[in-house]
Design a protein around this ligand. Structure first.
Ligand SMILES: Cc1cc2nc3c(=O)[nH]c(=O)nc-3n(C[C@H](O)[C@H](O)[C@H](O)COP(=O)(O)O)c2cc1C
Length: 336
């Protein structure tokens, strides 16, 4: 591993490089998280709406693979309150060091997580929510631009939002949405961020739990194919936008991509994940071991997919990003 790159963020997280692998519910499990953390960046398991037993076993699985720090991602406002309590209980009793929350800012949960000894990162999509998360005492703010993959809270691009959030808060800020290379890490640092948070670039890795079909679509996609829509609606509150690769569902709704909710669609089973039914128009993405139709599922990806050309080991992605960042910095210094 090359020299660490420290910022205030790496001090909060205890990792070597200011690169966070986004906790992707479904594809982001222990194998990916451990590979990223072992490589010196910061892995997260995406545990939105997962059962407490799975969360516990995934935490143990990460710990079985690496002794480097990692985080758990939860999305409180889309999770049944009883399940959310169980999820938090597992994180607290397992002494998880870092929790990454997303979507509506919940000051009560930040306070509880900090009281339980966790560091809290909050992913937000606006200056107002960044200020709310800082007031709630989050340890760092992840600022999500509209180019991001998965569920999208940001309404404007990272380039525009990130410097505004940096100006508005004093805790470390992390760029999210559109970051997938070393040069983009340097760009985020130039805009005042202290790290980047990446989902799509870690989807196309060997260790990611996504179905191979999803990984192939990510490497085949051009940036223009990553469509902002809310037709993958079953499972989240109404009008929760996502960015997914164009497929038969987004084509069917190409003139009506926004303004939908879960009750607008019939419950039609098109795939299975073990014993669980997976519905057309649901927020489920294709995962390892799923059977049925993969093409119509939510093929989450950010606009950065256009830069991703192959499926690689996650550790190589981290190493190349760090090396590329050093080259980009050297190039900039040569301009002085
Ligand atoms: C496949 C996928 C699943 C995601 N699932 C979650 C999730 O469960 N929780 C969450 O906080 N963010 C989730 N996100 C969004 C990421 O946190 C992050 O905002 C996004 O990936 C950043 O943009 P990028 O895809 O351009 O790197 C997901 C993103 C992707 C691509």
């Amino acid at each position: 591993m090359s020299q660490p790159v420290h910022t205030r963020l790496t001090k909060v997280l205890g990792c070597d490089y200011p690169i966070i692998q986004a906790g992707m519910g479904g594809p982001g499990r222990s194998e990916l998280c451990a590979a990223v953390s072992s490589a010196g960046a910061f892995g997260c398991i995406g545990m939105v709406k997962e059962k407490p037993e799975l969360i516990r076993s995934e935490i143990e699985a990460v710990r079985g693979r690496t002794d480097r720090p990692f985080g758990v991602n939860l999305v409180p406002s889309v999770t049944d309150p009883v399940l959310l309590e169980e999820e938090l209980e597992v994180c607290f009793s397992e002494r998880v060091k870092v929790i990454v929350f997303f979507w509506d800012v919940r000051p009560d949960l930040v306070a509880r997580a900090r009281a339980a000894g966790c560091k809290v990162l909050y992913q937000v999509g606006s200056v107002a929510d960044a200020i709310a998360a800082e007031r709630a005492a989050a340890d760092a703010i992840i600022c999500q631009g509209v180019e991001a993959g998965g569920h999208v809270r940001g309404k404007v691009t990272s380039m525009v939002l990130l410097p505004q959030v940096v100006d508005a808060v004093s805790v470390p800020v992390v760029g999210s949405g559109g970051f997938g290379s070393g040069a983009s890490l340097v760009a985020a640092l130039a805009l005042g961020a202290e790290g980047i948070h990446c989902g799509t670039v870690f989807l196309a890795t060997d260790e990611c739990y996504a179905h191979d079909y999803h990984k192939q679509r990510v490497i085949d996609a051009a940036s223009e194919d990553a469509i902002y829509n809310d037709v993958f609606a079953i499972g989240w509150p109404p009008q929760s936008p996502v960015r997914t690769i164009e497929n038969s569902v987004t084509k069917q709704y190409e003139n009506d991509l926004l303004g939908h909710g879960p009750d607008d669609f019939p419950l039609e089973v098109i795939a299975r994940d073990g014993d669980d039914a997976v519905y057309r128009f649901s927020t489920h993405s294709p995962l390892r071991g799923m059977s049925g139709e993969m093409e119509p599922l939510a093929l989450y990806a950010g606009q950065v997919c256009g830069q991703i050309k192959q499926v690689r080991p996650a550790g190589d992605v981290v190493r190349d990003m760090v090396n590329d960042a050093r080259h980009a910095l050297a190039r900039l210094r040569s301009l002085e």
